[in-house]
Design a protein around this ligand. Structure first.
Ligand code: PLP
Length: 433
């Protein structure tokens, strides 16, 4: 049994809407590599990397040493009002990796704040509060970011300080254009974008924001090239494109370092967080300098880019690059995807298997139908946990099982996770039959 008293204390003092995974939520007390151990002493293979936060894994010496070195200076945080060597070095590296000409970087402590900052830059630069976003999107938990979140479970569009119009494209499986070929899907969504601009806005639009693969939305997979086609339309109107790389950045998609690159386009702005810190809280924006510098008020983030988080993030980034974890994500991801596609042939409760690299989604349905089955996803999560595997959940209906292991996943661990997951699918299938 988990620590009932901790759960009780959690429920008494933390918000009701803070969803916990599992009927008997676990407390993770230690980790090593890709495995974590709970307070009961049970060890799990983590196929969700925290929440895609532990890009490299747990207790990795290179990262812990870099953090420890910063702790040993005695300077945990003075102020971002002073020069911070690690912050400058990390910004230089990210600007260079972004491919955005003349890029500048602003650090925050989360993905939400990164997107808030990106909205600030573009709304200030364009003197407009009109934003285009994708249906089923998720961009964070503050006012403006909740306003541009289309996914019903997480949205607060009605409280919006932003005017937002939503466009088709991100979530193909349940889209009215789902049956079309890639090329026709791209044509239909691009026509929708043009129609939304012409028929729902005054034309003075601050920006469009996209997740290259929707994360909370269920690891949805638009065809490569879609956002390149969008960018051509946006350029006609002079609208900057923001790519929210909070989940897709740092090589996780396997084919490219940034998720948006699969669309053959360099955006005007990218936002990032999660994996960069390997557990430390860091986020940020990398963008065209003219957009960043359009903010004509003083602005700092007290903790954004602090010495501890930037030292840890720099070590994480160098580790990712040195060990070519993007290539490993591609290799392990394609192995897992092939096996999951075979499982989808066998189990009628799997409606769709999709993703790339180490971002793979399994959309659960009532057997043989399109009806979403959050119950099936819940059963898989519980059965996987019982087998010693942690996976994620998401999607518009809470019916998508999400896999996003640390990018250091080994061949043996990929097979270990797969076996556990197949066991969980088999059990869930039996229970629902
Ligand atoms: N953007 C995307 C695509 C996300 O998936 C998330 C979090 O899940 C966020 C933004 C918000 O990031 P954070 O939770 O760090 O505020």
């Amino acid at each position: 049994m988990p620590d009932e008293s901790l759960l009780k204390r959690h429920r008494a003092v933390l918000p009701d809407w803070m969803a916990l995974y599992y009927e008997e939520p676990i407390e993770i007390v230690s980790g090593a590599g890709r495995h974590v151990t709970d307070a009961e002493g049970r060890t799990y293979l983590d196929f969700f990397a925290g929440i895609l936060t532990n890009a490299i894994g747990y207790d990795m010496a290179e990262i812990s040493d870099a953090i420890r070195r910063q702790v040993d200076t005695g300077v945990l945080h003075t102020s971002t009002l002073y020069l911070i060597r690690e912050q400058v070095a990390l910004a230089e590296r990210i600007a260079e990796l972004s491919g955005i000409p003349d890029a500048k970087v602003f650090f925050t402590t989360s993905g939400t704040e990164a997107n808030e900052a990106a909205l600030l830059f573009t709304t200030q630069a364009r003197r407009s509060h009109q934003v285009l976003a994708l249906r089923n999107s998720y961009h964070g938990r503050a006012f403006a970011t909740m306003a541009i979140t289309g996914n019903r479970g997480w949205s607060a569009s009605s409280l919006s300080p932003i005017n937002v119009s939503y466009v088709h494209g991100g979530y193909r499986y349940r889209s009215p254009f789902a049956e079309l070929s890639d090329a026709d899907y791209i044509r239909a969504c691009t026509a929708d974008l043009r129609d939304v601009i012409e028929t729902t806005t005054a034309g003075d639009i601050a920006c469009m924001i996209v997740e290259p693969i929707q994360g909370v939305g269920g690891f949805t997979m638009p065809p490569d090239g879609l956002y390149g086609a969008f960018k051509e339309v946006l350029d006609e109107y002079g609208i900057p494109l923001i790519s929210d790389e909070v989940q897709t950045g740092w090589g996780r998609t396997g084919d490219h370092f940034w998720g948006i690159s699969a669309h053959g386009v360099v955006p005007d702005v990218m936002t990032f967080a999660k994996g960069l810190g390997n557990g430390l809280s860091i986020g940020g924006v990398v963008a065209r300098a003219d957009l960043v510098d359009s903010v004509n008020v003083n602005s700092i983030s007290t903790f954004g880019g602090n010495p501890l988080s930037t030292a840890g993030a720099r070590a994480t980034l160098e580790y990712l690059l040195e060990h070519d974890l993007q290539a490993n994500a591609a290799k392990q991801g394609s192995h897992l995807l092939t096996a999951l596609r075979a499982a989808a042939e066998k189990y009628r409760l799997i409606g769709d298997v999709r993703g790339k690299g180490l971002m793979l989604g399994i959309e659960m349905v009532e057997p043989g139908t399109l009806t979403p089955s959050p119950r099936a996803a819940g059963l898989v999560l519980e059965a996987a946990k019982a087998a010693g595997l942690l996976v994620g959940k998401g999607g518009l209906h809470g019916n998508v099982v999400r896999l996003a292991p640390p990018m250091t996943l080994t061949d043996a661990e990929a097979d270990e996770g797969l076996q556990k997951l197949l066991t969980a699918l088999e059990q869930s299938d039996r229970e629902l039959r």
